[in-house]
Ligand binder design. Structure first.
Ligand SMILES: [Zn+2]
Length: 625
């Protein structure tokens, strides 16, 4: 089906109607033309447009258009839909490749490749009617460079071959391409650094080659880390299972609120929904609970839910619940079960922790207490427990104090599983959180196997800030999630205090916990879609506080990090119910680019998955090295 549609797109050249639009749009003026996919916000390589067309910025990248098609065709064919680029009514068969623009983009790529120092603004082109030519501007100087005209030209054979071949079926070829792009970028970064170091007086006796020799070994290590970190596999029917991401979603049916469990199997690409019942009643989740993915049993996956805030002011929970659902959900529709485990010794919310060898580790947490005058006081718990042999044991480690802090977990070949704690905000004397005040810059790394913090006597590390920007020092607090990114690095995303000057665009940071450095991610120009970076806690007058991500560990497959993310939709004053959109975020670990994939009905999802499953070979998964 997908293949057929892909062929249809390639057989339809939509250039003519776009060229007509260009002529109509302009007298003797110039026109700005975007090169960014209106869907993914990523640069277009193979442009898809519909015909007829009357909006100049309606353009999609073939890969994402096909992804969209796969998700949507059942719902909208043959009735049609509003084009996601221009809102015009359209059908999937109206779309095709804009081959002329494709040639222009190829020329742009070539120009950039041959002149890496030019720093071109490739996100838009300028079209001039007078000579029917496309231009690209330099970023700062705005100097223009002409791209060869709109007639098909020589020198673009590589991509054309790709188009005619099965480019999109060989996912691994795509990934390999991205790995090599990444390596080229790393290479230029390394050269850059070497040149800078050579200028330092203390290095005057060295040559460029000397320094290059010194890092040669490290470079090949890096390549290995990069490849290993992506867990590339070729799928076989016999070993598909396990890796999943989950979320709890509140839904309202018959005026009753309840929570359902959503599971996305990253290897198959299937969404599942499970209704949740607890003590015979529909379950309603608590906010800011700790959710932990357990190791599960042979046949079942386990998720733990610990603590959380109740809707009454100053009330929180000490409840520990285990959700259990079958690992073999593919074969038959099954249900999820909730069981209650012994209560955590303290009530609270915002706990941090993980599961290791069937033991649950729970750290920190905080508590709200309503005073006699009904004012809320915040108490920091700073406590730590481990759950094993069916009871909670208190641990006696020295915790660095943190309020609203952050954590992520890492699987490490020397230490097994590690939890890295960092961030947190300070409190006003009246115990209110102070989001604009100083942040906690001490981190700690907990080794689950050894049950202690690793490092020197103090067992904490001071986070270093590589960029000398005062704002930068106050960004730690509580990111929404983070993903592994080459070896010791994590990409940190969003969070209440991670928004630039609290109003501007949000930013993404790299945190190298191996040497405790935090810096703005400068290797790639990360531009996550704005809606992904919603605040952790919006001003929700009358609404519940809500958590955008519950499964902070996410999962990795096909070189991508997956996580389920909820975002709050802007609300009209008169609307009663909180509107929340659930989506899958896919972060490409080779280059940090984001794609948001909408949540689809699990029935449709299952049908698509069944088709995919049919195509798989009857063998075990194989790692691709
Ligand atoms: Zn359109």
């Amino acid at each position: 089906m997908l293949e057929e549609y892909s062929l249809l797109l390639k057989s339809q050249n939509t250039s003519a109607s776009f060229q007509r639009l260009l002529q109509e749009k302009m007298g003797s003026q110039e026109v700005l033309i975007t090169t960014i996919c209106q869907f993914s916000k990523l640069p277009v390589i193979i442009p898809v447009r519909h015909s007829p067309i009357n909006y100049i910025h309606c353009i999609f990248e073939l890969e994402y258009w096909l992804e969209h098609y796969q998700l949507m065709y059942k719902k909208v064919d043959p009735t049609g839909f509003a084009c996601p680029g221009c809102r015009k009514f359209a059908n999937f068969k109206d779309y095709g490749i804009d081959y002329t623009f494709y040639h222009i983009l190829q020329e742009l790529e070539l120009l950039q490749k041959n002149n890496p120092d030019l720093k071109l603004n490739t996100s838009q082109l300028i079209y001039k009617q007078s000579n029917k030519s496309f231009y690209v501007e330099q970023k700062i100087t705005k100097k223009r460079f002409q791209l060869p005209g709109s007639n098909p030209i020589l020198g673009v054979t590589r991509r054309q071959q790709g188009l005619n071949q099965e480019l999109f079926q060989t996912e691994s070829a795509f990934i390999a391409d991205e790995i090599s792009q990444t390596l080229v970028k790393l290479q230029s970064l390394i050269y850059n650094r070497i040149y800078k170091i050579l200028k330092l007086p203390s290095y005057s006796q060295y040559t460029f080659n000397d320094l290059q020799q010194k890092i040669a070994l490290r470079k090949s290590d890096l390549k290995q880390v990069l490849i290993k970190s992506m867990k590339l596999i070729s799928l076989g029917r016999q070993s598909l299972q396990k890796d999943y991401v989950f979320a709890l979603k509140k839904i309202t049916t018959n005026n009753q609120v309840q929570s359902i469990l959503i599971v996305y199997l990253v290897q198959y690409g299937i969404w599942y929904e499970f209704p949740l019942k607890f003590k015979g009643q529909p379950y309603v989740q608590l906010e800011q609970a700790l959710y932990v993915k357990g190791e599960g049993s042979l046949t079942h996956n386990h998720i733990y839910m610990i603590g959380g805030r109740k809707t009454e002011r100053g009330q929180q929970s000490d409840q520990v619940l285990q959700i259990s659902f079958p690992k073999s959900i593919i074969q038959s529709g099954q249900e999820a079960k909730i069981t209650e485990l012994p209560k955590l010794p303290k009530e609270g919310y915002n706990f941090m922790g993980t599961c290791y060898k069937q033991q649950l580790f729970v750290f920190y947490g905080q508590k709200q207490i309503a005073n006699f005058d009904n004012a809320i006081r915040y108490e920091l718990l700073n406590s730590q427990y481990v759950f094993r042999n069916n009871h909670w044991e208190q641990m006696k480690l020295k915790l660095v104090q943190r309020f609203d802090g952050s954590f992520f977990t890492m699987n490490h070949n020397t230490f097994d599983k590690l939890i890295v704690f960092f961030g947190g905000i300070s409190r006003e004397p009246d115990s209110f959180p102070n989001h604009r005040g100083p942040q906690q810059h001490l981190g700690q790394i907990f080794s689950c196997r050894d049950e202690k913090f690793i490092g020197d006597q103090q067992q904490s590390f001071k986070i270093q800030f590589l960029d000398d920007d005062p704002y930068h020092r106050s960004v730690l607090a509580s990111p929404v999630f983070s993903c592994p990114y080459y070896g010791n690095n994590q990409l940190l995303l969003s969070g209440e205090s991670m928004k630039f000057r609290n109003t501007d665009q949000r930013q993404v940071y790299t945190f190298d916990w191996g040497n405790a450095t935090l810096k703005m991610n400068d290797l790639f120009s990360l531009d996550p879609p704005e809606h992904i970076l919603t605040p952790y806690k919006k001003k929700t007058i009358g609404y519940d506080i809500f958590c955008p991500v519950q499964d902070s560990e996410g999962a990795i497959a096909y070189g991508n990090f997956y996580i389920i993310h909820h975002c709050e939709v802007e609300q009209q004053f008169y609307e009663k119910n909180q509107k929340i959109v659930t989506q899958l975020l896919k972060v490409n670990l080779t280059n940090g680019l984001f794609v948001a994939i909408p949540y689809i009905d699990s029935k449709i999802s299952k049908e698509i998955a069944d088709q995919k499953y049919e195509k798989l070979e009857d063998k075990k998964n194989q790692e691709i090295i």
